[in-house]
Design a binder for this molecule. Structure first.
Ligand code: FES
Length: 116
């Protein structure tokens, strides 16, 4: 288990409902691209890396391919990820998952950090 220092990402009101947002953040001293998804009062976060070959999941910064069913499609080889647990449902890394990051909400702010 890794511990990440807590990083303020955004006010929850700045994240559009139901849309993937990409942010570049310093996590444990490394600049990382992070995917954020707000649904209601909850926010999920994953590293912007496909588990198949470690490529980014956006085809251009902050631009994502979605299937007709709303799943995230990797633009490199077409792996498809459901956006509840981040599991690949089809493609070359079927059954593998996006790397989830711990999210905390406090006073309307979205924080990344804690154990992952
Ligand atoms: S890098 Fe995403 S499917 Fe190959």
């Amino acid at each position: 288990m890794n511990l990440l220092p807590t990083t303020v990402v955004a006010a929850i009101d700045q994240l559009p409902e139901g849309q993937l947002v990409e942010r570049e953040l310093s996590l444990a001293g490394e600049l990382e691209s992070v995917l954020l998804l707000r649904r209601g009062g909850q926010v999920q976060a994953w590293l912007n890396l496909c588990p198949h070959a470690g490529r980014r999941l956006d085809y251009a910064p902050g631009q994502f391919l979605l299937s007709a069913g709303g799943e995230l499609v990797c633009p490199v080889h077409g792996a498809t990820f459901e956006l509840q647990a981040g599991v690949c449902t089809a493609g070359p890394c079927r059954g593998q998952s996006l790397k989830a990051l711990p999210v905390q909400l406090a006073d309307g702010q979205v924080l990344l950090g804690g154990s992952c």
